[in-house]
Design a protein around this ligand. Sequence first.
Ligand code: CU
Length: 196
Amino acid sequence: MSSFHMLTRFTFTIGAALFATVPIALAAGPGDHSHGGGHMMKEGTRMSGPMSFGMPGQAASADRVIEIVMDDNFFEPETLSVTAGETIHFKVSNQGTLVHEFNLGTPDYHVAHQAEMAMMQQHGVLMGDHINHEMMNMPMGDDGHTMSHDHPNSILLEPGKSGDVVWTFTSAGDIEFACNVPGHYAAGMVGTVDVE
Ligand SMILES: [Cu+2]
């Protein structure tokens, strides 16, 4: 299953949970990558392919590798500079004792995503030091969607784990990389990508 569809299912779940009375059209089927509507979430939360500042990239054609360490509760390094058009392979490792996320987005996107993460925490999917994978992958509702957390612009890691995000930055501007686990962003777990 593509990350697009995992994301669709995730945002659908959250949307359904937040707006239980709103009729929801989940039109995307296998191979349907059109994005013309059907979601009730606002633009900032339904990231799948291109975002305002870039798009998912391929590790094989990355221009650079940047290593990111996550700890309780900060990133190292905290400031990055890239050039518009560059594809960066972020190798992210969680060296802390808590679950952390590396998530690329605008400040508005992070605010919206924090609501999703709070929902995951309320549902017992996201615990302090681990992810309840069983619950995350448990079918919910009539169509069997799950809370799987698989976005191309982010990775959610348990302590001691590492993973990859490959992103092509397309527009100049300041982007944040942030951890949206409840409380972490406010505690300072946010950094800046200066796209020149
Ligand atoms: Cu964190």
